[in-house]
Unconditional design. Structure first.
Lengths: 306, 345
């Protein structure tokens, strides 16, 4: 089985402070991820703000260069500043979906124009009929149609429709990997499941691998195959999503799970904070420098001190 | 002091725009009646552009054109001091603001003045309504921060020096320092991370219980409502479609929209497929005839497209606006593995 995407011991640090300051902030530390070509999956990255999940997404997209380590797509290194045919092929295979569709689309540009220009640039289609067929096929895959979108500006669509159009835009260029950074956090509750179910269907029917970045453990449990939990740039626990979330081992993972508001005991108002878990996860963070990942079997591993 | 603290009757607030000789009317709040008891947390759930923000603008006496109150009334009862936010004068509103009625907004960064220390912001908000000065005022503020488990050092900080959760706790501090009777919280935790969100909610709930204040709590996140609210009102396209005690709404909903909202919540430990609601929220400038939910409703019958269902009692303190309220069943039964479909028309 060959690798679709390999993240190999990648670290990224940003300089902090003034021009002459030597302080560095470690956004992402020693991340290893391998996604296989013939096993499409939903790989979820969970963490709070500041955990480095968005930096990791930008590294994978080639928008940032790793300080250490390497990211390879089909064996070829992904690098910012790499132009020409190779970059073009990479861009058509790995596509982003952003958090807020109203910010991702230019409000003065019609939504169908985005799809058309993507089809022209990445599929080398020139005839109008071909372009429209490609657009329509992608829109049908996300539960829309060209008729609904044609001539519409972003403000004329609901948040859910626009987010689906954003996913369709990524599908027009026949992307193999979607990097979805908090794709549902700005979408209304009634439309949220439509997007989440769509990601699941894309994996099952179209064989698209989705890197799903979120802080919502409940949707993560619902759709993911594998999960990776990050705390301040470091992976603290990774493995099969159900296994990890049913019995999280690391204190930070347990804290995240305990903080999920459950509707099961609606009306009881259970808001007591898990203070002991909070302290345990702070302690784990302090010794993170001298810790390593311990394999627990079945692909489940957890960070332990020592 | 008995009786509800807020009584809203048949409230209608429309955005009226007259442009190029064309009259446009957006019915953001359409005939809403509700009552909020003393010491109660009343949750308002609804999607964006359902009119929930317009409703609280009216209740906060922040109605500005083009939003106009075109009918109905709202009445606060602050221990004998009654006031109608839709008709009160600016001076009357100023007399109750912060002292009796306060707000917690979504973006803490836009509430706190970025170029002033928290101390100054507290003085701007609280000094006049509290009517204290010098050491007495300072003691009061410090005692209050202590109560909120906030270090005194936040007073010397600028907003950007604080984390998002800390800032939101400061805004809760601002809203509660005058011990108001009634608070309006508009999505106060939407932008926060899960761990911080729970912390802020638990703080808000504790402060509310200590003061015995009432809160209108607006968010579209049903899992927040489940843990925060005593009662929930569901707003769809400018109308209140269902209202009842939190537990009842989650377990025995009598409106298909609520049933859908509850069923679509993912739960850790449950991988059953969650249904998604098709279609899009209706435009409030041109809402559908009859029940506004009928184009997306799996239970819709021919009558739904003709007649608007009234909000009627379907149980104890439980009201629903649906012609087929009796036929609504939970979409997913907790603990059961199979999916139970709604009764089809």
């Amino acid at each position: 089985m060959s690798a679709l995407l390999e993240v190999d011991a990648v670290s990224k640090s940003f300089p902090m402070g003034g021009l002459l300051s030597r302080e560095q902030i470690e956004a992402v530390v020693d991340i290893d991820v391998t996604l296989l070509q013939d096993r499409p999956e939903i790989f979820t990255i969970v963490g709070e703000s500041g955990s480095g999940k968005t930096t990791l997404a930008r590294l994978i997209l080639g928008l940032e260069t790793p300080t250490r380590g390497e990211i390879r797509h089909l064996g070829q290194p992904v690098g910012a500043g790499r132009f020409g045919a190779q970059r073009h092929a990479f861009m058509s295979a790995v596509q982003p979906v952003f958090q807020n569709p109203f910010e991702a689309f230019n409000p003065l540009k019609r939504v169908d124009r985005y799809l058309a220009s993507t089809a022209r640039a990445f599929r080398s289609l020139t005839r109008r009929a071909e372009i429209e067929a490609a657009m329509d096929a992608a829109l049908v895959d996300v539960g829309l149609s060209l008729e609904e979108i044609r001539g519409r500006y972003p403000h004329e669509l609901s948040g859910g429709q626009l987010q689906r159009a954003a996913i369709a835009r990524a599908l027009v260029c026949e992307a193999r990997i979607l990097i979805a950074d908090e794709p549902v956090s700005m979408v209304d509750a009634s439309l949220r499941m439509a997007i989440v179910n769509l990601l699941r269907r894309l994996r099952d029917d179209k064989g698209v691998t989705v890197i799903y970045i979120t802080h919502d453990l409940a949707t993560a449990y619902y759709i993911s195959d594998r999960i990776m939990i990050m705390q301040k740039g470091r992976v603290v626990e990774t493995g099969p999503a159900r296994r990890v979330l049913n019995a999280p081992q690391h204190p930070y993972s347990r804290l995240l799970k305990a903080s999920v508001l459950s509707a099961a005991d609606a009306g009881q108002g259970n808001l007591a904070p898990a203070q002991d878990l909070f302290e345990a996860s702070q302690e784990a963070l302090e010794v993170a420098r001298d810790s390593r990942m311990i394999d627990l079997g079945e692909g489940h591993s957890v960070r332990r001190a020592g | 002091m008995t009786g509800p603290i807020l009584t809203v009757e048949g409230l209608k607030a429309y955005y009226q725009i007259c442009q190029f000789g064309q009259h446009l009317e957006v019915r953001a709040v359409d005939d809403i009646s509700l009552q909020i008891e003393r010491g109660e947390v009343y949750g308002i759930a609804g999607e964006s552009s359902s009119g929930k923000t317009s409703l609280i603008k009216v209740l906060a006496a922040a109605t500005r054109p083009p939003l106009r109150v075109v009918g109905g009334s709202a009445r606060y009862d602050f221990g004998g001091k009654g006031i109608d936010p839709t008709t009160a004068s600016e001076a009357e509103i100023r007399a109750i603001r912060w002292r009796h009625l306060s707000y917690i907004m979504q973006g803490s960064m836009s509430v706190l003045n970025p170029v002033r220390r928290i101390e100054r912001t507290f003085r701007d908000f609280a000094q006049r309504p509290l009517g204290l000065s010098g050491a007495a005022y300072r003691d009061r503020i410090e005692e209050h921060l202590d109560h909120l488990r906030l270090p005194k050092s936040v007073l010397r900080a600028y907003p950007h020096e604080l984390s998002g959760g800390m800032r939101q706790r400061v805004t809760i501090g601002l809203a509660t320092v005058c011990r108001p009777d009634f608070m309006i919280a508009d999505e106060p935790t939407t932008a926060l991370d899960v761990v911080v969100q729970k912390d802020v909610l638990s703080l808000l709930r504790t402060v509310q219980q200590d003061m015995g204040a009432s809160i209108i709590f607006v968010t579209h996140d049903m899992s927040v409502h489940a843990n925060m609210a005593d009662r929930i009102g569901i707003i769809y396209a400018g109308r209140l479609v269902e209202e009842g005690p939190t537990r009842t709404l989650f377990t025995r909903s009598r409106h298909p929209y609520t049933a859908h909202l509850v069923a679509s919540l993912p739960v850790i430990g449950d991988t059953r497929p969650r249904p998604a609601l098709e279609g899009r929220p209706p435009s409030l400038a041109n809402p559908p005839r009859g029940c506004r939910f009928h184009p997306r409703c799996p239970l819709a019958i021919e009558r739904c497209a003709r007649e608007v269902p009234p909000l009627e009692a379907v149980g104890q303190r439980h009201r629903s606006a649906c012609w087929r309220a009796e036929d609504v069943r939970p979409l997913l039964i907790p603990g059961e593995t199979g999916q139970t479909a709604m009764v089809q028309a």
